[in-house]
Design a protein around this ligand. Structure first.
Ligand code: G6P
Length: 606
């Protein structure tokens, strides 16, 4: 999730406007940054790895010449965070500069074609192909707008683009598909940016672009076309009443709420995990004698769900282990035929890295799933896959949890194919379910938000809350407990529903809130039995099940029905109401949901 901004201004003040905009976008990514401007038909570029302030101190963004420019703050997905991989990326002749947020899925194919046509690539980014493709189209005699449109039409994946060129020095070209892009209309100055925060100091008049929109801006003109048809469109200008602080959170009061709502987008990005790396991981996993899924906190809960996925979809036995327990518990038993799949959003959690170090010393193979390119985990893993969630500012993990699950699910599918464990129709069905995830997530968010917001008022004074589920829903119950506990500070219990009768049920008294996660899957029948046990002892039953399940609805005191989904994938969707519950309980109880007490985003001590 990078941040881009383009600014076309009368009067040559563009460098400082871009620099200030970039600072406001920094929360979208901060491993490298860069800027390009045009002056007298020549492109000037400054870029490097590091934080914006550090780069500015070294290179001084503010003295770049010209009144048209683009800038970028990066969260690496393709290519390590180095100077050469920082944006803007350029064509062979330094006449086209481009900044990009998103992932180009077919870049390797396009790159090969362009290399055959003698284009020289400098970076390992997916973005650079776009500059060369436009250059290639110009060689065949197209005008710039046409060359730009035909280049963009060849792209598969997500993109928000801003481009300047010495062929058309007065314009900034833009295009959008699945990555956010918004135009800001000022007086003698226009912007195009990833979000409103980038330009809100200058203007609150905006046009939100849709997928398939492309065009250009100048200081006084805005032209928007439908990319497919080339037809020009007029869009509504909206006058926002947001403060600067609200703009940074896209209008939400907290980052946590923004990040929960962002999940349809982040799931789509997680579904773009690179196939060649999934294959590589699957190869190692398939050959292993023992597989451990090692992680801490929310990432551990993702591993608990991951082990159900591997078992159900790929028939592979993978043991989820809490990182800080790994060495004591399994340290002596691991060797050359062991594979450790470490899952860590930050890639820096000390407990995870200690387990990984130990495993490497004993010649085991270490694989990784992480959100941060260049993190320690990416450096110590034989192979890793990125979850592409962009930075998560809320301390409690929300969007990164569902993205981790989405990567694990793709890995399970790759493994199933490799191991020949599923029939073709089952593979197809699972893949279709994966592709539906962003849409299902959107529905889950719409369905959950209002009922949960009111429920939080009722439960705000609860002394304790119980979460129960079976199979994959046990992982959902664990994550629900963690979310609610860390944001609301209410002590919570999570158990496999079938185990609750072996002890925990003794805490139940009249009115005790017990949540069941009970999608319509193979565990449902047994869950009903567990519900009846709790009900008989006076528990208040809150159930999140599948839409239309009248029987469960009838048994429950409170009911929420979510869309039906493959049972191995249900935690991705069924965790949503609990993310909202955690958030709204924190609000009701007067806590800051973005910064829960005593917690840190990344724990680098053992
Ligand atoms: C900390 C955070 C948790 C996170 C855990 C593991 O405890 O507060 O939200 O789940 O670390 O972090 P990782 O970066 O390894 O996924």
């Amino acid at each position: 999730m990078c941040g881009i901004i383009g600014c076309a201004a009368e009067g040559g003040e563009v460098a400082s406007l871009l620099h200030r905009g970039l600072k406001r976008l920094e929360y979208r990514g901060y491993d490298s940054a860069g800027m390009a401007t045009i002056s007298e038909a020549r492109i000037y570029v400054k870029k490097d790895s590091g934080k914006i302030d550090e780069i500015h101190q070294r290179l001084n963004f503010d003295n770049m010449p010209g009144s048209i420019g683009i800038a970028h703050t990066r969260w690496a997905t393709h290519g390590a965070p180095t100077q050469v991989n920082a944006h803007p990326q350029l064509d062979c002749e330094d006449k086209i500069a481009i900044v990009h947020n998103g992932i180009i899925e077919n870049f390797l194919e396009l790159k090969e074609e362009l290399i055959e046509r003698k284009h020289v690539f400098r970076s390992r980014t997916d973005t650079e192909v776009i500059a060369h493709q436009i250059e290639e189209n110009l060689r065949s005699g197209k005008d710039f707008l046409q060359a730009f449109f035909s280049a963009v039409k060849r792209l598969k994946g997500s993109y928000a683009l801003a481009i300047i060129s010495s062929h058309e020095p007065g314009k900034i070209f833009f295009a959008r598909n699945e990555s956010p892009l918004v135009i800001g209309l000022g007086d003698g100055v226009n912007f195009v940016a990833s979000d409103v925060a980038a330009f809100i100091e200058r203007t609150r008049r905006v046009i939100f672009l849709d997928n398939g929109d492309a065009g250009y801006i100048t200081p006084r003109e805005i032209r928007i076309y439908k990319l497919e048809s080339g037809i020009e469109v007029k869009k509504r200008i909206i006058e926002l009443e947001w403060t600067i602080e609200m703009a940074e959170k896209s209008g939400y009061p907290h980052f946590t709420l923004k990040e929960i709502n962002e999940q349809p987008y982040t799931l789509r990005e997680a579904l773009r995990a690179q196939e060649k790396y999934l294959d590589l991981l699957a190869e190692f996993l398939d050959r292993a004698r023992n597989v451990f899924l090692v992680a801490a906190g929310t990432s551990h809960n993702a591993c608990v769900a991951g082990s159900y996925m591997f078992s159900k979809v790929a028939m592979l036995n993978a043991t989820p282990v809490i990182a800080s327990e790994f060495i004591e518990n399994y340290g002596k038993s691991i060797g050359i035929d062991t594979v450790i799949l470490a899952v860590s959003q930050s890639g820096e959690t000390a407990d995870v890295l200690a387990a990984v170090d130990h495993a490497r010393m004993r010649a085991a193979t270490v694989l990784g799933i992480t959100n941060v390119v260049g993190s320690t985990l990416t450096r110590v893993s034989r192979a890793y896959v990125l979850q592409n969630s962009g930075p998560e500012i809320g301390v409690a993990a929300t969007k990164t949890f569902t993205a981790q699950l989405t990567v694990l699910a793709q890995l399970a599918l790759t493994l199933a194919r490799k191991r020949g464990k599923l029939a073709q129709y089952e593979i197809d069905e699972f893949r279709e379910e994966l592709e539906r995830l962003p849409e299902l997530m959107k529905r889950a968010i719409e369905i959950s938000h209002d009922p949960i917001k009111s429920l939080a008022k009722k439960l705000a004074d609860a002394k304790s809350i119980f979460f129960l589920g079976r199979g994959a829903s046990y992982a959902t119950a664990r994550e629900a407990r963690l979310k609610v506990m860390e944001l609301s500070y209410i002590p919570c219990i999570a158990y496999p529903a079938g185990e609750s009768k072996h002890g925990p049920i003794s805490v139940i008294e009249e009115g005790y809130p017990v949540f069941f996660i009970a999608p319509n899957d193979s565990t449902r029948k047994n869950v009903i039995g567990n519900m009846m046990e709790m009900k008989a002892r006076g528990a208040e039953i809150y159930c999140v099940g599948t839409e239309g399940d009248q029987e469960l609805r009838g048994i429950s005191d409170w009911w929420l029905g979510l869309p039906s989904i493959h049972e191995a994938l249900s935690p991705i969707i069924y965790i949503v109401p609990f993310q909202f519950l955690a958030y709204y309980l924190a609000i009701e109880r007067g806590h800051d949901p973005d910064k829960p007490r005593n917690l840190a985003k990344s724990v680098t001590v053992q």
